[in-house]
Design a protein around this ligand. Structure first.
Ligand SMILES: Cc1cc2nc3c(=O)[nH]c(=O)nc-3n(C[C@H](O)[C@H](O)[C@H](O)COP(=O)(O)OP(=O)(O)OC[C@H]3O[C@@H](n4cnc5c(N)ncnc54)[C@H](O)[C@@H]3O)c2cc1C
Ligand code: SF4
Ligand code: SF4
Length: 462
């Protein structure tokens, strides 16, 4: 066992752990998951003596180990009615849509269809409980995975929580629980871990009946939420909850706000601020990203039974109420959607594969073209990186795209380190901004040059 053998140990030691907690299910006296100094959950080895058999077993369920199956192998399906696309995965239909109830749609992050779907499964006794993220109202730990057993609790968890989470406590609860059936909501890497666990642990397979996936760009460390609070002159340790996708009337869906609930001198206060007025909110910069996310090639949560994302397409983006893209991956689930649409509980309509791809164009470029280039950079420097479905390459993209991915990579890594340093300063936001701004300016320059060169090239091709 060495640092670069592709096992779970290389994942942990080289910083590619996403903190899902699946390894603690394999052996909780060897693995533990803790928040690290950068505000990300990460596995740690708690014993000095390492048993090789346990490492082998855990390497088969770790989503970033070279010894676990990849997304295609896990989701491979012979159902004849399914179609396959190498970016979307297996699917039976492709839709855009939203819940019909306006109030619930406004409360959600996109079209509210995840909360509707979870409530449907519970009300119709398809499951006994829902494993998803709920607010904790505890300063320092704003969100965690929990089990909702009634519709009010399910609704309380709605929204996109850009906050670190781990599954270890829930998994250990499942180990000891009775034979209840659950549905789980998760980011692609978390759903991948659960599917891998299900392959080797029949009790997980029988207890988790449905897997609901979120489309995913990347996950943020706690620093993301802290920087937002500091910019609003709010002490992060006084914050009880944050809503990251507050919908403003008559604005585009992408021009959302942040709602912060916090304590000030024993009084409960509320602050709502637009995302465009804050530094660090631009997703393409990749501030406070988990390092693992730069080595992830799953955009649409290919291992899920159904995936939901935002319809980032101009005709839907103008609607502040929010709209989902929906990718059902089996017939049973597709039938539920079709019937609910007939009953007018939800509104859905078919869209083309091209539109589904267009809605996540930036994410796909970053996770495919960009990732191949990052693999190339690491290979050149002989740094170990997890085995992916795509090979290291630097010839598939222009020199400007290469520079762009390089600077985005620098920004992500530097933002985590700089924020950690800035916490010890008197004016953390000032320190952070001063030190990261050079990289951001360079990134923007490359971005605009690349866009202009692209336009000229397209013009000359005509
Ligand atoms: C970190 C992150 C990155 C994302 N990146 C993209 C992206 O690049 N492109 C895109 O189109 N969509 C992305 N999404 C998904 C999108 O933001 C919406 O969550 C999705 O469209 C569902 O919307 P909804 O209105 O149906 O969900 P809602 O009805 O509001 O319900 C959301 C459900 O998801 C659960 N949930 C929220 N956050 C998490 C989390 N971190 N882990 C597990 N479960 C969670 C909630 O508990 C709730 O049950 C991302 C979401 C997250 C959390
Ligand atoms: S990614 Fe998950 S399974 Fe792998 S080491 Fe981290 S916590 Fe454990
Ligand atoms: S980008 Fe990939 S690794 Fe990162 S949170 Fe999303 S699914 Fe997980």
């Amino acid at each position: 066992m060495n640092k670069n053998d592709g096992s779970i140990l290389s994942v942990i030691k080289n910083g590619y752990c996403i903190g899902c907690g699946a390894c603690t299910y394999v052996n909780k006296s060897l693995f533990n998951v803790k928040l690290n100094k950068y505000g990300m959950y990460s596995a740690i080895i708690v014993r000095k003596r390492i048993d090789e058999e346990i490492i082998k077993e855990a390497s088969k369920i770790c989503p970033f180990s070279d010894f676990s199956l990849n997304e295609f192998e896990i989701s491979r399906n012979n159902e004849e009615s399914l179609q396959y696309d190498d970016k979307i995965g297996f699917y039976i239909n492709l839709y855009v849509g939203h819940i019909s109830n306006l109030e619930r749609r406004i409360q959600s992050s996109s079209g509210g269809l995840i909360t509707w779907f979870l409530s449907y499964l519970l009300k119709n006794r398809q499951v006994d409980g829902v494993i998803h993220i709920n607010p904790c109202y505890t300063p320092g730990t704003l969100f965690k995975y929990s089990i909702s057993e009634n519709v009010n609790h399910i609704r309380n968890g709605s929204g996109s929580h850009y906050y670190p989470i781990d599954l270890s406590k829930i998994l250990n609860f499942l180990k000891e629980s009775s034979d209840k059936k659950y549905v789980i909501v998760g980011l692609p890497c978390f759903i991948k871990s659960i599917k891998l666990l299900s392959l080797y642990y029949p009790e997980i397979r029988s207890k988790i009946k449905y897997h609901i996936g979120l489309v995913c760009g990347h996950l943020k460390a706690t620093s993301f939420s802290e920087l937002i609070c500091l910019q609003c002159n709010i002490n992060p340790m006084k914050v009880l909850s944050m809503k990251y996708r507050y919908k403003f009337k008559n604005r585009k869906a992408s021009q959302y706000g942040l709602k912060i609930l916090y304590m000030k001198k024993d009084n409960l206060k509320k602050k709502i601020v637009g995302n465009n007025s804050l530094f660090g909110m631009k997703w393409s910069y990749g501030f406070f990203k988990y390092p693992a996310c730069d080595f992830c090639d799953d955009v649409y949560c290919e291992c899920a039974d159904i995936s939901f994302g935002d319809a980032w397409l101009s005709e839907y983006e103008i609607d502040c109420k929010g709209t989902n893209i929906i990718i059902p991956r089996n017939k049973e689930i597709d039938d539920i959607l079709i019937n609910a649409s007939k009953n007018k509980e939800i509104e859905i309509k078919n869209i083309s594969k091209l539109e589904i791809l267009k809605s996540q164009a930036g994410g796909i470029r970053h996770k495919r073209d960009g990732m191949q280039y990052r693999l190339y950079l690491y290979k050149k420097k002989l740094i170990w990186a997890p085995k992916k479905r795509y090979e290291a390459n630097n010839e598939h993209i222009s020199i400007f795209r290469r520079l762009l991915y390089k600077y985005r990579f620098y920004i992500s890594i530097s933002s985590n380190k700089l924020y950690f340093k800035s916490k010890k300063r008197k004016y953390p936001v000032f320190y952070f901004r001063i030190h990261i701004t050079g990289l951001v300016i360079m990134y923007n320059l490359i971005f605009f040059t690349d866009a202009i060169v692209g336009k000229i090239r397209n013009f000359l091709r005509r």
